[in-house]
Write a protein that binds this ligand. Sequence first.
Ligand code: CP
Length: 303
Amino acid sequence: MNIDNQFKANKLTSIDDLSAVEIEILYEVTIEFWKILQRPNRKVPSLKDLTIANLFFEDSTRTRISFELAEKRLSADIVNFTSSSSSMKKGETLLDTSKNLLAMKIDMVVVRDRHSGTASFLSKKLGIPVINAGDGTNEHPTQSLLDLFTLWAKGLNSDNSKIILIGDVLHSRVAGSSIKLWNKIGFDYELIGPKTIQRKTWTNNPTEVGSKKTIYYSLRIQKERLNKELIPSNEEYHKFFGITSDMTVDNNIYFMHPGPINRGIEIDSLIADNPQSLILNQVEMGVALRMAILYLLGQKKWG
Ligand code: CP
């Protein structure tokens, strides 16, 4: 496959930025980087001439560290930026801050922000590749892409599996990207959760799981975004929508969660730590997937 000709995307602000062919290329490159990550020497010089700014204006553990590791494995120069230690505290706008970074010859930006649309806004204004690391309740495309890659790596695909997405769909940017991705590649899914935290314009066509394997994907209850009246209590949510330790688990059932987990609310520890749980596989695959998207977008500098 000719990557240079067929991978035309120059940003990843949304799943909309990638065609099905580009997702296939992304996964082929991800496999290669995953193999590299199994070696004692996990570093390659692929992006040694690039400088990447990680703009994390909202808290993150997995995504921030995963991007930073991916960039280091690719030998890029990196600058890490948080609003709490910058001149944004003195009132400087996001755009002015970003333009200053650009003046210092930044080649690519990874951004997380609590406002929906930030990544797309920066992409339009800066003219360099921008990767959305989660914007408000809008999208989190690398999370959805790494989740799907995790499933494929386990041999779970649209022919043999169905995803049950459970919980706070309304506030979830992971859901925002995942539904687009699953619709694009034709993965069977169903949405489950309190009606008060679903997206009213999204259609849901429940089908029988039948002989398919079932992937229970629990979303985090987003306490920081949740209007208190939307669910009566954590205890009631857990009772009706939590994955509880009394569930019968077999080889046809898998569990996923984007993290951070609220143990005992969305999922009980016995399930989260069960061998059928893919939660840490998701984290592992995230580094390879992010190396792949950074590598592919990094090629735009020379092309
Ligand atoms: N999955 C995810 O986005 O986790 P963090 O908020 O820790 O980055």
